[in-house]
Design a protein around this ligand. Sequence first.
Ligand code: HAS
Length: 545
Amino acid sequence: LTKANKKLSLAFIAVAFISLLIGGLMGLLQTLVRSGTLTLPWGIDYYQILTVHGVILGLVLTTYFIIGFQYALMGKTVGMTVKERKIAWLGFWVMLVGTIMTATTILLGKANVLYTFYAPLKAHPVFYIGLALVIIGSWFACFVNFHQLYRWKKAHKGVKSPLLAFMVVANMILWLIATLGVAATVLVQFIPWSLGYAETINVLVSRTLFWYFGHPLVYFWLLPAYMAWYAIIPKIIGGKIFSDSLARLAFVLFIMFSIPVGFHHQLTEPGIDPTWKFIQVVLTFMVIIPSLLTAFSLFATFEITGRKKGFGGLFGWFKHLPWKDVRFFAPMIGMLAFIPAGTGGIINASHQLNAVVHNTIWVTGHFHLTVATTVILTFFGISYWLIPVLTGRKLTAKINRLGIIQTIIWTVGMFFMSGSMHIAGLLGAPRRSAYSTYSGTEQASDWIGYQIGQAIGGTILFIGILLMVYIFLNLTFFAPKGTEEFPIAEEEKDAEPTPKFLENWKLWIGLTVVLILFAYTIPFMDIIQHSPPGSPPFDWPIGNS
Ligand code: HAS
């Protein structure tokens, strides 16, 4: 990696860690408010801090970390030209201006609309314009990454692309196609409506376009973690990539199946034909397959590596894993958490069970296990080697130890917080509500103990955040100078060659478009046809309806 490339990745990752601190503080405040322990001062609204929390952690932290990490992977595997880097910086600044605009409106209390910004909740237009800029800025990263691989392929005709570069491009294709939905609703519906050019907004169209984006969004978060699991963790444990083809296949399946499934967030939504909900639920079960392939592949890597090192017996290989190396330990806890987290996802996707958990705090528990444990612990695991690589410093034994402690704190905090959320959700506690006794109803009194459990977990997690920010500052400014390894695993020597068709992007993008058209065209036409009078899909300029 060149010095200039390192600076670029570090800029993105620094924004992610600043977001972690701000967003984490808001999370702590929320759990305290919900448990009845704290009343917010100075007229600050509960939904204001909840919006900061969701937007800054769910959208800002993730996007910046992912883009920074992916630039590092691309720079390392296929290089980056000066021109590509300039465009990448331009994207960074566009995103940053957008982020500041959005954050300012939320902090001023002009956008208490949560990270899903469901209509008819309305924010200040600057909130939506800022969001649009963040998305447009991220497209710069897409095109830079596409160009990097294209340039490399041109110079290496007929050669298989490096696995990590393939994975980055797959993730950015997914992102580009998915963000078209949210860009459409923001640009065509929300901005004109919030500016007063449109009198009304078609709620169902906006929610459908949001979830067309909202579900692949979660795989955009997950896939960088999978990049580390497939191609970096094997190197850290002293092994090889189990199967290059299987890894590529998993990523291709994510491109195809992560998008046409948005209705599983809208199963209780009136106005969508049940047949199409059923079809999208079936497709949701298809998107579970690449995760099961991943679980299989990881177990195989762990077992083969252990056995090669001479650890026999049924589970003897388990002992060889470098439990004391935080670069392995943190992502490993993330993987373990993904077993209950993914199971929860399967429960959510099952139509009848969804009726029990939808809009309860169970769902919040689900995504704190998925994105806030599996994904974030893997991102922390990546940070322990990536930040030293970017800053030319060393991960010391002391920071390694602190990292292990940080991981344990996170696990304990999340166990209490997410565990309480899951149980309270099953007892009917709604998500997204401040403290209330619900006029003293008996059912609500059952939730209180779990809300206190969430506050305890939230407090422990905040300590974890402070520790992680300290580790970030240490690795950026204070750790001793030196060189840290950029761990990229190789394939097994006797591996079967990867079939060429896996790199046929036109095929995968074509199939994805077909699936999207299949899953969305008829229901979308239905939605528009049955829109209530006075609520056309796009009601502008005023008076058009
Ligand atoms: Fe989800 C709601 C369904 C995965 C995030 N999800 C959400 C929301 C978020 C989110 C943020 O169908 C809330 C949105 C909102 O605000 O309303 N989700 C699924 C399904 C999966 C799934 C089927 N979700 C994720 C991931 C997320 C995420 C990943 C973030 C990163 N989710 C839903 C549904 C809803 C939902 C409904 C809507 C609920 C409602 O009604 O509102 C699947 O992708 C899960 C598949 C995963 C597995 C696990 C495989 C296990 C692996 C680990 C192996 C471990 C090893 C370690 C090898 C089947 C890969 C072993 C080591 C040893 C030492 C033993």
